[in-house]
Design a protein around this ligand. Structure first.
Ligand SMILES: O=P(O)(O)OC[C@H]1O[C@H](O)[C@H](O)[C@@H](O)[C@@H]1O
Length: 548
């Protein structure tokens, strides 16, 4: 089916002609209840999409588009455990990881819950032993430092959640995340850590990822240099993987291996044992609250009518902005310092899932899919790139994300933080007209000629759409809801665009090439003459100055 030929798409093109030059100022003026009509709250998480350039009629047809793309059917197929990731012949069942009651899931015939509960029990045991000081290192010391070695989905989710919930962290434990192959990531860390009190979690679904493997081997050598005996590995290494035999080859004993399954995508794996570092930080009960928050969003996603379904609405706003209003990028702007890793996490979630041009059927997509996702802590962005958001002339939809109450309260900070967040979304939406700017300049007592000179610089076009996602507080439950909200948003977008959101073939080519270039960089005199001259020239430069 060609999406752009459907009646729903054509109807939306009609709405575009009607709305593309309408200003948010007018849309708000027309409907005094606009906030009420275009916002929803779910268990303390408020999503305000009233500053999007839609009206009721356009929204109705966007919902119709979702319905005609069979979002409900695809959602039910995902929750039923069908192998909707057909290019890898896998089910997509990360929602099983936050299915918190003891009923079968996804079905009685195909119940994955016994495995999920068994690993959760293993996690609980480790978490309790480490947090209580019962887990001892090779010299009998309690653990003080946890180093998660992983990359992509085995790094971004747990790093985001640990930092986001750091206010609730165990006071005697320190958490570090090592992902980069550049030794500048691991070297300064092991320089100051004590091997006797350090526990490494090697998180890798495949256990073959080069970056993780090299970092894990270096960590292992560092430990063994101090401990001298191989049995020490059992006291300082845990693996989280779907490839236990590889982890055992590395030297990690079976009881320290926590399994994940092929039905958990890497970027959807926070809820599995990949979240072990989070559970170590906030305790198993905190981790369960994270799961419960995500499960609350799952239930909402499965049951709420599309018109009131938060992930569906966020997905439709993004589709509207991308495919009808022409946005090419979207910014995510968390205002809480503790959410500083949210943009990186969402970059993987959105762009690795939907950064594609080919449909499920192998046909070229009829329209552009995922926009470029970027972002930064909002307040810092205000003093850096917001100038371009306000006056740069690009259409850049934004997600403002903030918690109403502070996780690290100090008197006099939180209200100004929220004031900045709300002021920016409002300024971006409504801008400043020539008339308003003129009145302001005149009030400063400027001459008419000076006013005329300054005026073009003082006008703000506005009409920049945004969502504001306001959490009551930054706690595990709300964070779980927030992240599951984005996961399902990505799923809905993928369904509407006709994409399989759960594979990532696009990351393979670079990996293959890196492997084939490595011998030349490691000193093999034969440089493949077939290589492009640019790469050959760069290799020659590395040979002059580089070290292995
Ligand atoms: O967990 P791993 O198997 O080590 O994979 C780590 C990451 O690398 C891959 O290249 C994928 O692009 C990511 O989706 C994945 O999360």
């Amino acid at each position: 089916m060609n999406l752009t030929k459907t009646a729903e798409w054509q109807a939306l093109l009609g709405h575009r002609s009607r709305l593309q030059d309408r200003h948010l100022r007018d849309l708000f003026a027309e409907d005094a209840q606009r906030f009420h009509h275009f916002s929803h709250e779910l268990d303390g998480l408020l999503v305000d999409y009233s500053k999007q350039r839609v009206d009721r009629a356009a929204l109705n047809d966007l919902v119709a588009l979702a319905r005609s793309a069979e979002v409900e059917q695809w959602r039910d197929r995902m929750f039923a455990g069908e192998k909707i990731n057909f290019s890898e012949n896998r089910a997509v069942l990360h929602t099983a990881l936050r299915h918190t009651d003891y009923t079968p899931f996804p079905s009685a015939e195909d119940n994955v819950m016994p495995q999920v509960h068994a690993v959760r029990k293993q996690m609980r045991d480790i978490v309790e032993r480490v947090r209580s000081g019962l887990w001892r290192g090779f010299k009998g010391d309690a653990i003080q430092n946890i180093v998660n070695i992983g990359i992509g989905g085995s790094d971004l989710g747990p790093k985001l959640a640990t930092r986001a919930l750091s206010a609730q962290q165990h006071p005697g434990l320190h958490f570090y995340y090592v992902s980069n192959l550049d030794s500048a990531h691991l070297a300064p860390l092991i320089e100051r850590l004590d091997p006797r009190t350090t526990l490494f979690i090697v998180a890798s679904k495949t256990f073959t990822t080069q970056e993780t493997s090299i970092n894990a081997h270096t960590a292992r050598n560092w430990l063994l240099a101090a401990a001298t005996e191989e049995w020490a590995i059992a006291k300082h290494f845990i693996a989280v993987t779907s490839n236990p035999s590889k982890a055992m080859e590395f030297g990690i004993p079976e009881q320290n291996i926590l399994q994940i399954w092929d039905w958990v995508g890497g970027r959807y794996s926070l809820w599995s044992a990949v979240g072990l570092s989070v559970a170590l930080a906030i305790g198993m009960r905190g981790f369960e609250r994270l799961l419960e928050g995500a499960e609350t969003m799952d239930k909402h996603f499965r049951s709420a009518p599309l018109e009131k379904n938060l992930p569906v609405l966020l997905a439709l706003m993004s589709i509207w902005n991308t495919n009808f209003l022409g946005a090419e990028t979207t910014a995510v702007l968390p205002y809480n310092e503790s959410l500083r890793h949210l943009p990186g996490f969402l970059q993987q979630l959105e762009m690795e899932s939907n950064g594609k041009t080919v449909s499920r059927d192998g046909e070229p997509l009829a329209c552009r899919a995922n926009p470029i996702v970027w972002g930064e802590i909002g307040v810092n962005g205000q003093h850096a790139f917001f100038q371009l958001l306000h006056q740069g002339g690009w259409l850049i939809p934004c997600d403002f994300v903030v918690a109403a109450s502070s996780d690290y309260p100090l008197p006099g900070h939180q209200a100004p933080l929220l004031a900045n967040c709300l002021a920016q979304s409002s300024a971006l939406a409504f801008g400043k007209t020539e008339q308003q700017a003129c009145i302001e300049l005149a009030a400063q007592g400027l001459k008419e000629s000076d006013i005329a000179k300054l005026l073009p610089h003082k006008v703000f076009a506005g009409n920049q759409p945004s969502n504001t996602i306001l959490m009551s507080s930054l706690d595990p439950f709300q964070l779980g809801m927030l992240l599951a909200l984005y996961e399902h948003k990505v799923f809905v977008q993928g369904v509407v665009w006709g994409i399989n959101s759960f594979d990532q073939w696009g990351v393979e080519l670079g990996k293959q090439l890196a492997n084939s270039l490595l011998p030349a960089l490691q000193g093999n005199p034969e440089v493949d003459a077939q290589l492009d001259v640019s790469t050959q020239g760069l290799i020659a430069y590395f040979r002059r100055y580089g070290n292995n």
